[in-house]
Design a protein around this ligand. Structure first.
Ligand code: TRP
Ligand code: ZN
Length: 908
């Protein structure tokens, strides 16, 4: 905590370290109240930096002693200034012996060394190692580590570190030790230790090369029945990286450890990945299909970091997307390959794009907008963002779209050939891609340096005489904080042309070429502000299919007619754009409805009323209620009936754009009108499609033992979407259907879906089922999180109700999962209630940001971002949001984390 303004760090100020570290030997005497850490580092002056002082970092540490080349340094012989310890005039070679004292039992920030359910864990990325000892805690300092762990044997029977276990034994006094050695050089942020009373599932696994490795998944007692899926995911990840990128596991032992108190998803510490329990523990009783898929993705993600992040790491934290964007891209490809089926892959792509549009596009348009490779930060923890991760992954995907899979693989191979064992930059990655393919990718650099989502508008012109179709693309990008002017991006736009029968036309871009040889999707490279592309031998007026498979992270506009959108929805060979057609159509209808509601409301001067009122208002004001929606209804009906389409595709096609998606389409956000419009349309769909929904419900049952495979999950997804629509009818027949599913559910996916439908209805069994669910899962923290989230996001949960939930004995601010499950879920996923007209939601938000700031700044700063878009809201709400932000800003002792978010929000 600080009272002064924390400094801003700039990318341009990068300077190589004055000293490199060759070897680190650490000894830990672990105790929650008084842990002693002895660190011996051998440093040598960096020949590229012959001048600077020796600089170490430390944060909230008690320095017991520091010795240089054997001699104790007195406070006059070094300078301590904030987090830096500086030694001037140190010799060329230095051995530092540093002893520090910590109280991990009191560490609520969950950074550095901390205790969770009585066990020790570490989290060092990005700058947590400096909470353990004084060290040059920056990723371009890579060293080999040997670590001795000592602790009470009864309380901490398991002692884990990075790399290989060299030796273990008893110390007498009831204490024991373990000595770990990591054979690879690594930056300090990849350091980890775990000590506690844990058990593991383990397996010997043979690599493609024939070498055998030991795989372990460590959990608390009582959880060994929930580790199989993580283990399977790990084995699949290892295989996949061998096959797709020819990258082999480089250690003899690879461990995953689950911990209940964790700030993020998981951490790729070398050989000792530490995971949030949410991304490890699963069995059919406690985990949903989505949980299973997330576990596979996160296990893959952390495993893939072993090469993209660990063997080749980041020079500085501005390069974070070098490892994160690339590794997210890799985990997305892994998940897609594990599904296999074309439509399953498309659905995975659709889900990833949905996340991008719903979370990253708003970030790019808001006060925290920053480039994939930021130029400055106050607190690096605030830059583990959807821009760095998800947009970063899109940037990596564009290389593959431009260069092809083989070209991309050549680039990856060159990247490792050049940089294995190094700490490098995003430019180094781009150079490897360019050089391996002899391509000029200099303009592509703007994807790293310019923030903001580019807008591409497309216009088409057909010349029947010349048989040409000219597609003109124009790009613009709005200013973002600190970046007024944007230069054109290098944008791959994948395009197809459909004939009147809905078939792909061969695309001939060179006059005179043979149409039969042509492909049906062309990747156009838009590099200028305005550019035209001509297609030849076009026999009839085409419908363009633009930005196929979402080939670039842009907003694409084209003045499609409703009929053309319905046509694409029905015929496009690109499944992503088939889905997109329906989403565009639904978005149009919904935005019209929102406008109508706003007109009606301003006449009536009221914002309350429910979806039924809205449906009535829609009927009254439109004059032709259902007829107006009929094009959309019939398009959705035929999608629902189209059994040739896989269930998972029908599910995403029938899901309406979220309230957040709709908000971002509006110049001024009216959360209540948006909510009511969407609910009204859901109700119209439920009424109009009732029989088809019931049929889909019954045709997509998955009897027999539960399996999380994509096919079964797809069926459950469609079935439960049907149930969710039917629940809008809120009649006895659907109540019975829902209650029956709840009572007989054989897995958490079905149980959760039924409970959600029950809770969002007026069914008589609503309260009893909620209580039953709680009792049933009282001892499963991850399920209790679901129980909180379900209520936090339920449409009738108002601020008073969420406050009551926050007083529930199972609620605590100390556990990040619990905070996310209730407070964050309410503030970011229940817009209609959070934006209560009296501003009470914002008061709830401010209180929790302030309370969390004192416990866990990283989690507080995440919550702080829930008000990012305040300037976009209708004036009465906007003013109340500003006041709440100001209230937080005026709070004394704000962490740098929260201060950065709040001050940028108020400034921009
Ligand atoms: N590097 C981790 C990942 O992407 C995430 C991470 C970064 C993290 N900082 C963290 C996790 C702090 C926990 C706490 O997988
Ligand atoms: Zn990562």
């Amino acid at each position: 905590m600080r009272t002064d303004t924390p400094p801003t760090i700039y990318r341009q100020q990068y300077a190589a370290p004055a000293y490199r570290v060759e070897q680190v030997e650490m000894g830990f005497d672990l105790d929650p109240e008084d842990t002693r850490v002895a660190t011996r580092s051998t440093l040598v002056r960096n020949p590229d930096s012959p001048e600077g002082d020796l600089v170490l970092h430390g944060h909230e540490l008690r320095l017991v002693q520091i010795r240089m080349n054997g001699k104790v340094l007195s406070p006059g012989q070094y300078q301590l200034d904030g987090d830096t310890l500086r030694i001037a005039g140190a010799p060329h070679r230095v051995t530092l012996d540093i002893e520090t004292a910590l109280q991990p039992g009191r560490n609520t920030s969950l950074m550095g060394l901390y205790v969770s359910s009585g066990n020790f864990f570490t989290q060092c990325e990005a700058e947590g190692f400096r909470k353990i000892t004084y060290f040059p805690d920056r990723p371009d300092v890579m060293a080999k580590y040997t670590v001795m762990l000592r602790a009470d044997k009864a309380r901490y029977p398991v002692l884990l570190g990075n790399g290989n276990l060299v030796e273990q034994g008893d110390l007498g006094d009831g204490r024991h030790y373990a000595l770990w050695e990591d054979p690879f050089k690594k930056p300090s942020y990849l350091f980890a230790l775990v000590a506690g009373n844990l058990v593991c599932q383990e397996e010997a696994f043979q690599l493609k090369s024939g070498r055998e490795v030991l795989l372990q998944v460590w959990v608390e007692h009582g959880n060994l029945d929930k580790t199989q899926h993580a283990m399977d995911s790990l084995k699949n990840s290892i295989r996949w990286d061998e096959e797709r990128f020819n990258l082999e596991l480089d250690l003899d032992r690879f461990m995953i450890v689950a911990v209940g108190d964790f700030n993020m998803g998981a951490m790729e510490n070398k050989g000792l990945n530490i995971f949030n329990t949410k991304y490890v523990l699963a069995n059919p009783r406690i985990a949903t299909d989505i949980d299973y898929a997330n576990i596979e993705a996160v296990v893959g993600h952390e495993y893939f970091h072993n090469w993209t992040g660990n063997r080749v790491t980041c020079r500085d934290w501005f390069q974070l997307s070098l490892k994160e964007g690339l590794t997210v891209f890799r985990d997305q490809e892994f998940s897609a390959d594990m599904i296999g089926s074309a439509s399953g892959r498309a659905v995975k792509r659709i889900e990833d794009v949905r996340v991008l549009r719903q979370t990253q596009f708003p970030e790019d348009a808001g006060p925290m907008a920053h480039p994939v490779r930021p130029d400055s930060y106050i607190e690096i923890n605030n830059f583990y963002t959807v821009t760095v991760y998800e947009k970063g992954a899109e940037v990596v995907r564009m290389y593959q779209t431009l260069l092809g899979r083989d070209g991309f693989n050549r680039g990856m191979a060159l990247y490792f050939q050049r940089h294995d064992g190094q700490a490098v930059t995003c430019d180094d990655f781009r150079s490897a891609m360019a050089d391996a393919n002899r391509r000029d990718l200099s303009q592509f650099e703007r994807w790293y340096s310019q923030a903001g989502t580019p807008h591409v508008s497309a216009t088409g012109e057909y010349d029947a005489q010349a048989r040409t179709y000219t597609l003109t693309l124009a790009q613009t990008c709005k200013p973002t904080p600190g970046q007024e002017q944007k230069l054109p991006f290098h944008i791959p736009v994948a395009v197809g042309l459909l004939d009147a029968g809905g078939h792909d036309m061969p695309l001939v871009q060179t006059p005179g070429a043979v149409a039969a040889d042509a492909q049906t999707t062309a990747v156009l490279e838009l590099t200028e502000a305005h550019q035209s592309f001509v297609f030849h031998q076009v026999g009839e007026y085409p419908v363009p299919s633009l930005l196929r498979n979402f080939s670039a992270p842009v907003v694409l506009s084209h003045d499609y007619t409703d009929a053309e959108l319905a046509f694409l929805m029905e015929h496009d060979s690109d499944p992503f754009n088939r889905w997109e057609g329906g989403q565009r159509l639904a978005t149009r209808r919904l935005l019209v409805l929102v406008d109508k509601l706003l007109l009606t409301d301003s006449a009536a001067q009221t914002f309350d009323g429910d979806a039924a009122d809205a449906a009535a208002a829609m009927a009254a004001s439109a004059g032709a209620p259902v007829a107006e929606q009929s094009a959309l209804v019939s398009a959705l009906r035929s999608t629902l009936r189209h059994t040739g389409l896989d269930p998972e595709f029908r599910e995403v096609a029938l899901t309406l754009p979220s309230e957040t998606m709709l908000s971002e389409q509006m110049d001024v956000i009216h959360p209540h009108a948006i909510h009511r419009a969407r609910q009204a349309l859901r109700r119209v769909l439920a009424e109009q499609l009732r029989e088809d929904l019931e049929a889909a419900y019954h045709d997509n049952q998955t009897p027999g033992p539960y399996s999380p495979d994509a096919q079964s999950a797809g069926k459950r997804g469609l079935k439960n979407l049907a149930l969710s629509y039917l629940s809008e009818l809120d009649d006895e027949r659907t109540h019975a259907l829902i209650q029956t599913q709840y009572d007989h559910a054989g897995n958490m996916t079905d149980r959760m879906a039924a409970l959600t439908a029950l809770v969002n209805s007026s069914a008589p069994g609503r309260q009893a089922s909620l209580e039953h669910f709680y009792r049933d899962f009282e001892h499963e923290a991850l399920v209790i999180d679901k129980w909180f989230t379900l209520q936090a996001t339920e449409r009738s949960t108002d601020v008073a109700a969420v406050r009551a939930l926050a007083r529930h004995p199972a609620f605590t601010l100390k556990n990040p999962n619990r905070v996310r499950s209730l407070v964050l879920a309410f503030c970011s996923s229940n817009p209609a209630q959070f934006h209560a007209a009296d501003g009470s939601g914002y008061a709830f938000w401010a209180e929790h940001v302030i309370a969390l700031n004192a416990i866990n700044p990283q989690v507080a700063a995440r919550l702080a971002r829930a008000l990012d878009r305040w300037r976009k809201y209708a004036p009465p709400l906007r003013e109340k949001m500003r006041a709440a932000l100001q209230r937080v800003a005026d709070t004394p002792a704000l962490s740098g984390d929260v201060l950065e978010v709040i001050s940028k929000s108020l400034a921009n």
